[in-house]
Design a protein around this ligand. Sequence first.
Ligand SMILES: [Zn+2]
Length: 178
Amino acid sequence: MKDIKLLSRQEYERWLKTLPRESCTLCEWGKYQIVLKEMHFWVWIACLAPYRKFHTMFIPKRHIESIGELIIWEWLELVRLYQYALWRFRELDITDRYLIFWRKRDSYIDSKTGTRKLTHLHIHFIPDREHCFDPILDSNAIRIDNIEKLIQKISSHDQEEKEGSWHYYLRFFGRVKI
Ligand SMILES: [Zn+2]
């Protein structure tokens, strides 16, 4: 086993800045990452700069940037890997609640630190903690006009789709970045 060294978030940010611009530490998982389990399409790794203890990630071996780019075989194996990880956490009695998420970014530059974030898709798999979202709760979230705006948008979009033809779909896929 290679030397395991986890980094604080600050150390991690500094380290990212030292890497060549074209390098992807997730494509080069064998060189840079702590591998927990390798499957055919996916690798389960420990997060090098963990948010919490036992912060891990599922990464596809292919360099893709969005979950929308996954092919069916990758989806199927992701379910297997998720089950596998869940059982390993349970066996070790690490937690009885979990956070599973990925971040979709339209810009990969961290607006606070200027660091270029990883573009390679990574799905976080972390022990959850009750009320961990409390610090980011938005008291305006209950404003109903926000959700009304969304409902109106969906309804006008559906109307457009109903009227649609191949032109609509071509336009749709032309403008949408998945
Ligand atoms: Zn990559």
